[in-house]
Design a binder for this molecule. Structure first.
Ligand code: NI
Length: 390
């Protein structure tokens, strides 16, 4: 496949970085070693500027093109954090830390962006500025939002932003993308139900919190079935159900439900929240109990901008050819921290084929190093095409 020749020559070196990162996974914002590794490589490449400590442990680097006639700035983002999973791949470069694993391929994303950085710092065949964004805490910690909250977009005058994620099941050498919603919002809710505790043999003297909470769990499933337009995609899942009773002969006084909501647009996100509050409160009230709903906003919907999606497709096409890009892949319901960056700037997020392996977050998941030159070339192509020399 026509990846950039000089990036193909770096394949072994980038794979070495990737495997080193794989052996040394770090979680959430605690990515100090990874950030230090990234900075060391960037220094070796001779990039123009390196700023650590953005969004706590994120790293921002700047590479200037050989011209800057229009003041254009393109942001490229990779995530650095791993997962609290015990690795079961048996690979020779498997995690050296029990209970931590790069099971989502962020080691690959970081290595691929470093590969692009090395190429861009060497060649500088563009008119403008490339800003490299290495973020912490993608896995539930909103590290991308933390970097935005630190003023990253304005401070570096980033005008467009692009990111990628490896995709198991899609062959290496292929891409998948779509304009509009690509990944879901992920919010969390908690429902505290308060009835009236009592003796299990005297239910008429109590308000059975277990029964009330069970009715709420069942009724919540009517939201997707009866309130959401059936052609839309929404998930409402209750993951935790606990009561304050530990005895079989005690009716509990309180119960706690915790769950998550996934949607692909803000209207359904709002509707789901409203309906969860109403169903929980009014169901509890019907039994003489009360329900208190706490809602916590998580990652928003990842929405690709139309024009930038086309730029992402054009860059991918120059690497793998039109026939190897699914330009209308169906959306999926995991969530992505990159969504916050797409709320601040136009941009696009693309899936990079990772071949036949277990899905991300599985202890036997493997990142395929053959995807490296494809991903690095895509990043580099974006910069050279969006900020082409005259
Ligand atoms: Ni991931």
């Amino acid at each position: 496949m026509p990846v950039k020749n000089s990036i193909a020559e770096m394949h072994k070196e980038i794979t070495g970085w990737r495997r080193y990162l794989h052996e040394h996974p770090e979680l959430m914002y605690d990515v100090h070693e990874t950030a230090a590794f990234v900075q060391d490589r960037l220094k070796e490449f001779g990039v123009d500027e390196i700023t650590p400590g953005i969004g706590q442990t994120g790293v921002v680097a700047v590479i200037k093109g050989r011209q800057d006639t229009k003041g254009r700035v393109i942001g490229l983002r990779a995530d650095m954090d791993a997962l609290p999973i015990h690795e079961a791949t048996g690979l020779e470069y498997a995690s050296k830390t029990d209970g931590k694993m790069h099971a989502c391929g962020h080691d690959g994303h970081t290595a691929m962006l470093l590969g692009a950085a090395q190429y861009l710092a060497e060649t500088r065949n563009f008119d403008g500025t490339a800003v490299l964004i290495f973020q912490p805490a993608e896995e539930g910690g909103a590290g991308g939002k933390a970097m935005c909250d630190d003023g990253m977009m304005d401070r570096w005058n980033i005008q467009e932003v692009y990111g990628l994620h490896n995709m198991p099941g899609t062959p290496v050498g292929q891409f998948a993308i779509r304009p509009g919603a690509l990944l879901a919002s992920a919010d969390e809710f908690e429902i505290k139900v308060t009835g009236k505790g009592g003796h299990a043999a005297e239910p008429h003297q109590a308000i059975d919190t277990t029964l009330v909470a069970s009715q709420i769990v069942v009724s919540l499933q009517s939201i997707v079935a009866r309130n959401i337009n059936p052609v839309h995609r929404v998930v409402v899942t209750v993951g935790t159900f606990e009561t304050d009773s530990v005895a079989s002969n005690v009716i509990p006084h309180t119960a706690r439900l915790k769950g998550t909501v996934r949607t692909l647009d803000t209207e359904n996100r709002k509707l789901a929240e409203e309906r969860i509050r109403r169903v929980a409160e009014d169901t509890a009230s019907a039994f003489g109990a009360t329900a208190e709903v706490t809602w916590e906003d998580g990652y928003p919907v990842t929405v690709n901008h139309d024009q930038e999606t086309q730029y992402a497709i054009d860059a991918a096409a120059s690497v793998v050819g039109d026939q190897n890009i699914d330009v209308n892949t169906p959306p999926i319901l995991p969530a992505e921290d990159f969504a916050f960056m797409l709320e601040e700037r136009p941009g696009a997020y693309i899936f990079l084929g990772n071949g036949d392996t277990m899905m991300c977050h599985h202890p036997e998941y493997r990142f395929d190093d053959d995807a490296i030159p494809v991903g690095s070339s895509w990043f580099a192509e974006l910069v050279e095409r969006r900020m082409a020399l005259n």
